[in-house]
Design a protein around this ligand. Structure first.
Ligand SMILES: C[S@@+](CC[C@H](N)C(=O)[O-])C[C@H]1O[C@@H](n2cnc3c(N)ncnc32)[C@H](O)[C@@H]1O
Length: 455
């Protein structure tokens, strides 16, 4: 580091002793709030908080109104906005997706006609990714759990690929003491080799003219510039230049042909991070979304009766195609059918679009994905507003009582933002919050009040 930083090394070491900044990114599909907080300069919805609150006790976090994300990582927004026309319908891959920071960010930046495939190879982590994607509620994401090598089956499929690679984590040293314990020169070498393998494996799935956005949370050159130069030389790919504002403090870097962007804690309010963007050789082509007549599809449509029942549960139902997988009915933007089917043919899909309902005999049970969808038609359901304590107890999957009676599904909300479903049975209320998602921490005597989304 001393070699890389020269006379800035002292300031760098000092910054490592300071507490890491806390930042969040708001979900524009769920809140129009403009909090009176300092902004993350390179991300339109990123804000710094003065200290780290007990986020777990804020119902709006569980509702997907915001995501707690380290600020440097939000630079992805600049790569995407500067290097791609995000108004176009795109096929985008987030290869190393869990827990979902970059995927939820991508979901907010892409158009509704775009398909985001959000992948995580480790199955247990893929479930957390699916949970965060469902909470974000954009409805145009397929969550998959595959090894990078499986993506070669999707030949020239993606316009953009984000590879936020597993790395030696030097940039996380002040946030995660375990990263310090695990660091060794040998591990850096192994990480660099694994990254090369991952990049080689997925390259085939990128369209000619497509973009690769590569990032790590480490500083050594082997895992960063050297890897990008190696790939660009091997594949004849071009470096993509991003414009930086001097006040951001982001440092451009270059070993050979590819320009990278470095984030140091003494220069930016964020953790250590590296990003580079390269373009695959060849002509860019717009994705063909037309439906082929001869093809045998893997996706099955929901029956007419079921479709009729769920139709008005989403706004603008004509935008969707209604799928049925086992007992689950999901909605997918209709223009994505062909592309989604191709993904289903080749990969293991864990979550698709918006999970709307489960077929229970002749009845339908609304699902959590619907409650948290940005496109939910609230008018189709009875709603009830919870106070903070009721909301937290609901999210702990405790029994709560609102003193009402009835016999129907209730959409429970906190500050007008949906949290999930309950079913009234007479005066009793059954809590349908997903068991795996429940808050497990013990409650303090007094709950903190969050004003994060207040102006
Ligand atoms: C830096 S993290 C991704 C963070 C995520 N992009 C976000 O913004 O929330 C790297 C991810 O790569 C996954 N991973 C580990 N080994 C991998 C491999 N061989 N191929 C692909 N992904 C791998 C890890 O499980 C981890 O979830």
């Amino acid at each position: 580091m001393q070699r890389l930083l020269g006379n800035e090394y002292g300031a760098f070491v000092q910054a490592l002793q300071l507490p890491p900044p806390v930042s969040v990114r708001l979900n524009p599909g769920k809140t129009a709030a403009f909090p009176a907080l300092p902004r993350v300069p390179w991300a339109s919805k990123g804000y710094y908080l003065p200290e780290r609150p007990a986020f777990t006790l804020d119902p709006l976090l569980h509702a997907g109104s915001y995501y707690v994300q380290e600020a440097s990582s939000m630079f992805l927004e600049q790569a995407l906005k500067q290097a791609v026309d995000v108004q176009q319908p795109l096929h985008v891959l987030d290869l190393c997706g869990a827990p979902g920071g970059k995927s939820t960010h991508l979901a907010s930046l892409l158009s509704e006609e775009s398909l985001l495939v959000s992948n995580e190879v480790i199955r247990s982590r893929a479930s957390i990714l699916a949970e965060n994607v469902a909470k974000w509620g954009s409805g145009n994401v397929l969550v998959t759990s595959n090894d990078p090598r499986d993506f070669c089956r999707l030949h020239h499929f993606f316009d953009v690929m984000v590879v936020d690679a597993p790395c030696s984590g030097e940039g996380m040293f002040r946030k995660d003491p375990q990263a310090v314990v695990e660091w060794s020169e040998e591990n850096v070498k192994l990480c660099a080799q694994r990254q090369q393998r991952i990049l080689t494996d997925v390259w085939e799935a990128l369209k000619p003219g497509g973009l690769l956005i590569y990032s790590t949370c480490t500083w050594n050159e082997q895992e960063n510039e050297a890897n990008m130069d190696w790939l660009a030389a091997q594949e004849n790919a071009q470096s993509v230049h991003l414009r930086l504002q001097p006040e951001w403090g982001v440092e451009p870097s270059r070993q050979q042909g590819v320009e990278g962007y470095r984030f140091y804690p003494h220069r930016v309010q964020g953790e250590g991070f590296f990003m580079a963007v390269i373009r695959k050789a060849g002509e860019a082509r717009v994705a063909d979304h037309s439906k082929s007549k001869k093809k045998k599809y893997k996706l099955t449509l929901a029956g007419k009766k079921e479709q009729a029942l769920v139709q008005d549960w989403l706004q603008q139902p004509e935008r969707y195609i209604w799928l049925q997988h086992g007992e689950v009915i999901s909605a997918l933007p209709a223009n994505l059918f062909e592309a989604a089917d191709e993904v289903y043919q080749n990969l293991y899909v864990l979550y698709a679009g918006t999970e709307v309902a489960e077929v229970k005999g002749r009845k339908l049970k609304p699902l959590q994905g619907l409650a948290l969808s940005q496109h939910l038609n609230k008018k189709a359901f009875a709603t009830a507003e919870l106070d903070l304590e009721q909301a937290v107890r609901y999210l702990r999957k405790e029994d709560i009582s609102l003193g009402s009676s009835g016999n129907d599904w209730l959409l429970l909300q906190y500050r007008d933002v949906p949290l999930g479903w309950a079913k009234q049975v007479g005066t009793r209320m059954n809590n349908y919050y997903p068991k795996e998602w429940r808050i497990r921490m013990d409650l303090p005597q007094e709950l903190p009040v969050f004003d994060l989304l207040q102006p």
